[in-house]
Design a protein around this ligand. Structure first.
Ligand SMILES: [Zn+2]
Length: 306
């Protein structure tokens, strides 16, 4: 799974083999003279997959010096406590830091969405010792043996979401949407409690102004058509907005939002020529049932004017 994008400091996509599925959750590896940098830790459940992928590049988990998590959702940051135990420093948005140090509230919130599937899907989320948490703010640059990574605050999917810029490449976490190889189908993951459409639009506009050339969503892989991708994402946000305007004013129950959204997404997937396997990959990376309560909460909080 080698995908070097630039020389002399290449970036490699690590396939974490989530639930034995390829191309669903990525971590990105940047080697440096003192070890390895990772963008995203992946969840606790993919530690074996991460270990294997690191090994293929000649590294052990103990070689990971720094991890930059885009945000603290379980599929992006769940293994950061475990990597901290191997010695890594974890770089995180200021609002996310407290949840890494004490993940209890985060786990309760995720438990509401995933119920008894929590352990199976995400594995263990160990706390990160406070002295191994490095808060990184909007515009900050961190240099690690000549590799420079810059944080750009990009709310919309979550309030504590950074995009990390490395050269002309943006590691976009979930704010860049979800796009599986080799499709042109970009989806917007809208989990509760912090999905916010207007902030998302502003974040996309911010990313477009950065003139990046490549974009690497965590789901999945490096795409070398960043500006085109961001255009598709902006269109998708507009489509979601129109869909919500047609459905949400009647205040349907969450089950009905879920069923209608699922049907709508399926229709859009087929229109983008996805096959059943690809549709399944999107559902694994971004279950549509997760977006229904996110949209409902957003609509009630930000769109209903009394
Ligand atoms: Zn997320």
């Amino acid at each position: 799974m080698h995908s070097p994008t630039e020389k002399p400091s290449p970036v490699y996509t690590l396939d974490l083999n989530f639930l034995a599925n390829r191309n669903v959750i990525a971590s990105y590896l940047i080697p440096h003279s003192g070890g390895a940098i990772l963008i995203e830790s992946g969840p606790g459940s993919t530690i074996p997959g991460l270990t294997q992928a690191l090994k293929e590049h000649g590294f052990t988990p103990q070689d990971v010096s720094d991890v930059f998590v885009t945000h603290i959702h379980l599929d992006h940051a769940g293994a950061s406590g475990w990597l901290a135990r191997q010695g890594a420093t974890i770089h995180v948005h200021p609002v996310g830091a407290a949840h890494l140090i004490d993940p209890e509230r985060l786990l309760i919130s995720a438990g509401r969405i995933y119920g008894d599937q929590m352990e199976y899907l995400w594995g263990e989320f160990l706390p990160v010792p406070e002295d191994q948490v490095a808060i990184i703010r909007d515009g900050d640059e961190v240099e690690i043996n000549g590799r420079v990574i810059r944080a750009v605050d990009t709310p919309g999917h979550a309030y504590h979401h950074h995009t990390y810029i490395y050269g002309k490449l943006a590691f976009s976490g979930d704010i860049g949407g979800i796009r599986m190889q080799p499709t042109r189908h970009v989806r917007v993951p809208m989990p509760p409690p912090e999905f916010h459409l207007e902030l998302w639009r502003e974040s996309v506009a911010k990313l477009r102004r950065l003139e990046i050339e490549a974009i690497a969503p965590t789901h999945f892989g490096i795409f070398n058509d960043a500006q085109t991708h961001l255009g598709w994402l902006a269109n998708e946000l507009d489509a979601v907005d129109d869909w919500m305007k047609s459905i949400m004013p009647a205040e349907p129950p969450v089950d009905e939002i879920d069923a209608r959204f699922h049907a709508w997404m399926r229709q859009r997937s087929l229109a983008d020529a996805l096959d059943e396997t690809q549709i399944q990959e999107y559902e694994l990376a971004n279950p549509s049932f997760m977006s229904a309560p996110g949209m409902q909460r957003y609509w009630r909080k930000h769109r209903i004017t009394s």
